[in-house]
Design a protein around this ligand. Structure first.
Ligand code: A2P
Length: 277
């Protein structure tokens, strides 16, 4: 059983989830159903991934009670602003075809538009209305968090950011956690690139596990919520099979020494409406 993390409002989230970025719309239901069958109980999607309908269909087809699967979705950049965000949430809820969303995230701050504070006030309303169980942000830098904390009431439950051994964002992790915001790591495997290093492969060999399992353990043992993704059923299953071994403190440190500033995704300071429009 994958452990839960308790968020700052008391809601619990399975620490290991299934990511669906770039999972094709017409494949999503099948892939997410198989992930749920394999044992995943936390699915991460976004309006901007254009696959919410498949995620919702898979959750419904799973036969599990709604409360037994944790569903995250995100607001597209083009839908920021108070009224727009409320309308976009309804569109996501309709696409997912589920009563409530467990975690709703502002996908990017888009600082050039200056709308994320108003957007967040709409998120606070969704939370108060019970339409969502928790609200959070994604790709927020320290200055964006600082503005939100100063100008709004609800502290984000999570900040979902790019984190993997060669791109750890240590300062941002520290600033987020100091405010009570949990870290969710996306691209946790560095889109596969971080699996090739000698450190990771030799630690994997020592434990008789795969490099991906080592990197996922590295995340879990640092209390990251982690959402690896794969299109391959064996790798989807293997990525969840990470409770049978533990990394030593020394191994964690060896992996942490791989920091190299290797951002693989967009830079939140400049990411615009072109990303996840
Ligand atoms: P694939 O879909 O062929 O499995 P990230 O989660 O960091 O974005 O990384 C996703 C990438 O890592 C995908 O290209 C995926 O390819 C690959 N990947 C996912 N799980 C594994 C694994 N267990 N071993 C090797 N590559 C993996």
């Amino acid at each position: 059983q994958i452990p839960d993390i308790t968020l700052n409002n008391g809601v619990t989230i399975p620490q290991l989830g299934f990511g669906t970025f770039q999972v094709a719309e017409d494949q999503t239901q099948r892939i997410v159903e198989s992930a749920i069958e394999t044992g995943y109980r936390h699915i991460d999607t976004a309006a901007g991934y254009y696959n919410e309908a498949g995620v919702g269909a898979a959750v419904r087809a799973s036969g599990l009670a709604r409360e037994d699967v944790f569903v995250t979705t995100k607001l597209r950049n083009g839908d920021q602003g108070y009224d727009n965000a409320l309308a976009a949430f309804e569109a996501s809820r309709a696409a997912l075809d589920i009563d409530y969303v467990d975690l709703y995230l502002v996908h990017w701050p888009v600082p050039s538009k200056g709308q994320y504070v108003e957007t967040w006030k709409a998120f606070e309303k969704l939370l108060a209305d019970g339409a969502v169980r928790a609200i959070g942000v994604s790709n927020f830098l320290p200055e964006h968090l600082e503005t939100l904390l100063a100008e709004t009431d609800v502290v984000p439950a999570v900040n979902q950011i790019e984190v993997h051994p060669t791109f750890q964002q240590r300062k941002l992790v520290e600033v987020s956690r100091a405010a009570g915001i949990a870290i969710e790591a996306y691209s946790p495997l560095g889109r596969g690139a971080d699996l090739e290093s000698d450190e990771v492969t030799s630690i994997a060999a020592a434990h008789g596990v795969t490099p991906a399992q080592v990197v996922i353990r590295w995340h879990l043992q640092q209390d990251h919520i982690v959402i690896p993704k794969s299109n391959n059923p064996e790798r989807i299953a293997a990525n969840l099979d990470v409770l049978g071994f533990q990394l030593t403190v020394d191994e964690i440190e060896q992996i942490s020494s791989l920091e190299a500033g290797n951002r693989t995704g967009a830079d939140p300071a400049t990411a615009e409406f072109t990303q996840f429009r």
